[in-house]
Design a protein around this ligand. Structure first.
Ligand code: I3P
Length: 108
């Protein structure tokens, strides 16, 4: 699964709030148990080793993805909690796309 999502980093760990809290559009690619981030589909395909801002992929083993019903400012948002305690919000284009990401991450 891959596609354009908008991401907000909420927690670095369970106790440390993220300092960069803006929403950023990213091309997200699920590869096995990892989530990789790229500028766009083209760069994901042409240069898969060149991630957006050199960011390491997220390890989704032990992670949970749930619809962020408590987040009211945007629609089609799901929350990703990593085993490390880090937490992200992701906004999809519609509920179908959002549910697809949640289901696929939950299946890992
Ligand atoms: C953040 C940006 C986010 C906002 C966040 C701000 O500021 O406005 O959209 O989250 O609020 O800190 P900046 O872009 O200057 O980093 P919301 O969209 O959820 O309001 P927060 O610190 O309350 O999470």
């Amino acid at each position: 699964l891959e596609g354009l999502l908008t991401r907000k980093h909420e927690w670095e760990s369970t106790t440390l709030k993220s300092t960069n809290r803006s929403w950023i559009a990213m091309y997200c690619v699920l590869k096995g148990t990892q989530l990789h981030f790229y500028k766009d589909a083209k760069s994901a395909k042409a240069q898969p080793e060149q991630t957006l801002k050199g960011e390491q992929p997220l390890n989704l083993l032990g992670a949970s993805a749930t619809v962020a019903n408590d987040y009211k400012k945007r629609k089609h948002v799901f929350r990703l909690k990593l085993e490390s305690g880090a937490e992200f919000l992701f906004q999809a284009h519609d509920d179908g796309e959002m549910n697809n990401w949640v289901a696929r991450i939950t299946d890992i």
